[in-house]
Design a protein around this ligand. Structure first.
Ligand SMILES: [Zn+2]
Length: 328
């Protein structure tokens, strides 16, 4: 799997390939982008391209077949180091160990590549330890820091790295990857991609939970039901998970159901639905609604998601939302 096999991210890849071809590889990079978006995968392809022994290396890519590429793919290359958080964050001892390794020249590769994942989650004091390495990087060493958010990285570190931004991937691209590379059916893939925020890793992470959600019931007995009785509100509050993360996933799914109802109501020609497998149910539900009422319900749901993300009491927020839904 060389650069040519990375999905999306054309700009960051072009930047890395240009650097390799022009012999202008920086000593420290900071890859920035959402969790699961493909930063680590791209960093590994970069390590392969830097060390590849095949003809592709001249084009700034990896061949996937030489011993160097194979070793990196299997995590066995002595010059490619990946530092992952131990527990919550990266520990000072991990960085010290890295520094000891960096004191030597690469064992067999052209470059020693050190990938530090979750660079925005380091235990205190680490940034200063790491800074010394970034200030005086050993020869033939490329350090790649990966982070979701640059807000948690010290300016002194930021200023020493070349930043490369990884943007969310387009939904159709994530969807295609889920179908072709991971065997999901079209409807599942489209749903997961729509909820993934453009991150293939997140799509896979949430799949189990999302695919278990009884979407038809949510549509017919909850988000699409016009007259929500007090009794039914009570039973939904009892049924929905109180754990924030799980609840938020369900609310996001509910939002996409309302979004589909709006699409069917507002556009007459077969719009591209997220829940295309529920087209018939969505059409018959939408027939009971006016567009403005659907939009109001969706707006209220969105507001509730924001409140719950900001730590509101989940049951109270849900109850208040459904009472306002029932008012109409
Ligand atoms: Zn190779």
């Amino acid at each position: 799997m060389a650069f040519k096999n990375v999905i999306g991210h054309a700009k960051p890849i072009a930047l890395m390939q240009r650097a390799i071809k022009n012999g202008k590889v920086a000593q420290s990079y900071l890859f920035l982008g959402n969790e699961g978006i493909g930063k680590k995968y791209a960093a590994l392809q970069f390590a392969k391209a830097l060390n590849c022994l095949g003809a592709e290396a001249e084009e700034g890519d990896a061949c996937d077949h030489c011993t160097s590429c194979k070793k990196i793919d299997h995590g066995l290359h002595p010059d490619v180091l990946v530092i992952e958080p131990e527990g919550q964050n990266i520990k000072v001892e991990q960085i010290r160990q890295l520094q000891r390794e960096l004191a030597y020249r690469p064992y067999e590769g052209k470059y020693r590549v050190c990938i530090v994942t979750a660079a925005d989650r380091m235990a205190p004091h680490i940034p200063n330890t790491l800074l010394k390495t970034l200030e005086e990087p050993p020869l033939h060493t490329v350090i790649v820091l990966l982070a979701n958010n640059s807000r948690f990285i010290l300016p002194t570190i930021l200023s020493r790295c070349q930043p490369i931004r990884f943007n969310p991937l387009p939904i159709p691209l994530v969807s295609k990857w889920l179908v072709e590379g991971n065997g999901f059916d079209e409807a599942e893939a489209h749903l997961l991609a729509s909820l993934s925020e453009g991150s293939p890793g997140k799509a896979l992470e949430i799949q189990e939970e999302i695919l278990q959600i009884p979407r038809k019931e949510l549509l017919k007995d909850w988000v699409g039901l016009k007259s929500l009785s007090f009794e039914r509100i009570g039973s939904w509050v009892g049924y929905l998970p109180s754990q924030r993360e799980n609840l938020l996933l369900i609310l996001e799914v509910a939002k996409t159901l309302l979004r589909d109802l709006v699409m069917v109501k507002a556009l007459n020609q077969g719009p591209k639905l997220i829940h295309s497998d529920l087209l018939r149910e969505i059409e018959s539900t939408a027939a009971n609604w006016s567009l403005s009422s659907l939009l109001r319900r969706m707006e209220r749901l969105h507001q509730t998601i924001v409140e719950i993300k900001a730590n509101a009491n989940t049951s109270l927020a849900l109850e208040a939302m459904m009472l306002s839904w029932a008012e109409r």
